[in-house]
Ligand binder design. Structure first.
Ligand code: 6GU
Length: 251
């Protein structure tokens, strides 16, 4: 695949641990696309914005309690300097999404991932320790996003998850773009079961319909399986699907 002169999409990650990137994003499909210049990755070391000779970025929480809190001055300096910096093609990122990864944030959905993929650049602010000074979040206007109801020790693995989910949507990253449409969540359903050779394995047969070569019947069978699995496993998704709420969202 020919390298575009500028990436289609850029992830900017503000972190105290820039060595965590690209990490797993440097492998497999996303790694290949990164090397081919389909998407770009810029890391910003928050510590570079520290003001004192000890380069301190955190301090004890007012009111007491365990752990340390990231200082508002250092973090907002890092965010504001990053937002001011233009992309390699000269575009300003001022109005583009700037996410703060936090279990307090709004839960990420495939619909939001599709929106993020349409932006030219998304900035990810990764906190550490017990959190960040609340005033830095208010003042910088970052959008808090969570990837699920559990707690990570920092935002970096969450940023990695979100970047992965965007990169696979970018044109040319996945060989056949049609494969994307049928996947989990693209129509509000979980994925249907897949089979490959051998036809019989440990006394288990591949469903007959898949060997029929009858494309309409295969399509109908897959849809029915996807519906059955969604109804059984995810009543929340199923009720949205059944009420037609997700209609047209796969565009
Ligand atoms: Cl986005 N960040 C952190 N630090 N923890 C999380 C999370 C995000 N989502 C779930 N837990």
């Amino acid at each position: 695949m020919a390298a575009p002169s500028f990436p289609l999409w850029t992830a900017r990650v503000l972190t105290l641990f820039p060595d965590m990137f690209p990490g797993s994003l440097g492998q497999s499909l996303s790694g290949k696309a990164l090397k081919n210049g389909i998407w770009g990755l810029e890391t910003v070391d928050i510590r570079d914005f520290a003001r004192d000779k000890h380069r301190s970025v955190d301090d004890a929480p007012f009111g007491g309690g365990a752990g340390l809190v990231m200082r508002p001055d250092v973090l907002t300096d890092a965010i504001e300097a990053t937002v001011r910096r233009s992309l390699p093609d000269g575009t300003q990122v001022g109005d583009m999404p700037c996410l703060y990864l936090s279990p307090r944030g709004r839960l990420l959905t495939q619909a939001r991932v599709r929106e993020l993929a349409k932006a030219q650049c998304v900035t990810f602010v990764c906190g550490r320790y017990e959190g960040v000074d609340e005033r830095a979040l208010e003042s910088s206007g970052v959008e808090e996003v969570s990837i699920g109801d559990y707690v990570l020790s920092g935002g970096e693995p969450a940023a990695t998850v979100i970047i992965d989910s965007v990169v696979r949507l970018l044109l040319g990253v996945v060989g056949d773009p049609a494969t994307l449409d049928e996947e989990s969540f693209e129509e509000g359903l979980l994925e249907y079961p897949q089979y490959t050779r051998p036809r019989e394995w440990r006394d288990r047969e591949v469903p007959e319909v898949l060997l029929s070569g009858h494309h309409d019947r295969i399509k109908a069978w897959r849809r029915q399986q996807a519906e059955r699995i969604t109804e059984q496993r995810r009543p929340d998704l199923w009720s949205d699907y059944a009420s037609g709420k997700n209609k047209g969202s796969a565009d």
